[in-house]
Design a protein around this ligand. Sequence first.
Ligand code: NAD
Ligand code: UDP
Length: 320
Amino acid sequence: MRIVITGAAGFLGSHLCDRLLAEGHQVVGLDNFITGSRENIAHLMGNENFTFYKHDVSNYIYIAGKVDAVLHFASPASPNPQSPLAYFNLPIQTMKAGALGTHNTLGLAKANHARFLLASTSEIYGDPLEHPQKESYPGNVDPAGERAVYDEAKRFAEALTLAYHRQHGVDTRIVRIFNTYGPRMDLEDGRALPNLLKQALLGKPLTVYGDGSQTRSFCYVDDLIEGVVRLLYSNEHMPVNIGNPVEMSILEFAETINRITGNSAGIQFLPRARSTRDPQRRRPDITRAREILGWEPKISLEEGLRRTIPYFKQKLGLTE
Ligand code: NAD
Ligand code: UDP
């Protein structure tokens, strides 16, 4: 297939490029580098099956030649208001990537009779009142809250994707991605793993917001990409959760990172910003992914951290 990937220079987009190129596809990557980096795709330059265009997908997308699939991953993704790369600080760009970017990528798929896959998120469940989250749970999102720029854009994106499927017959897929981590995450984007792992490797105390009782479920990138690729090759049109169902508190997560890195600086508790509506609990119900895709994650948190640490050390200049 000839596959267009938006957000190709980002964390997940670049891993997806690697995986689909390894399977023998041609990949056309698009990115405007708002939160991504040229370094993430530097190793692909010169690969005859890879083409890259710097482009903002909120604007009309023109790709010469046949396209067989479009995977829309372009969007800021960090919720930490302390980072300039977070969607709180890129509110209009985030809404445009989710709304106009989804419209343009769906248009590209429709014109080419191509498959389409939307990268949605567990954030569409908001601060969930149902636990764990099944795909049938409609969510608890405040459209006037600060997180809405991301959550509502992704909710709109899902609705538009299904509208193109139902009205125009576009062959669409929707993956609801839960917290994923691994090499090529931006160390400065403020998400929990880059913040805490960077602090641990530098021998600093880990910043836990609030008392750390809020929970998340962390999936290693290779597991996530496997789920996304299986969904792409499937015939499932309704949303599918992909994430790791092993739930833990953020405090436990921080303690695990300190243990694995041998950091003895402990934990620094910081106030949890109320205004951000930081979800209290999050864990995917992956029954549908198991049944439809035969997928479940295989890599434990400890193993995933071991695979991620060398990248962080290299970025921090800590390699001997
Ligand atoms: P990332 O910030 O590393 O990657 C996003 C990429 O999209 C970046 O390279 C950025 O420059 C690019 N981009 C943003 N707006 C653009 C635009 N208008 N035009 C072109 N390129 C644009 O983040 P990520 O973690 O790789 O996330 C990728 C996708 O997966 C996002 O859609 C995100 O919402 C979704 N997602 C990720 C996670 C996770 O845990 N990593 C969880 C849920 C959903
Ligand atoms: N968090 C934290 N310390 C940090 C960064 C994040 O305690 O330095 C918490 C954050 O408040 C949230 C959880 O870790 O409860 C996961 O945050 P992340 O930014 O990874 O994304 P989210 O899961 O909220 O989308």
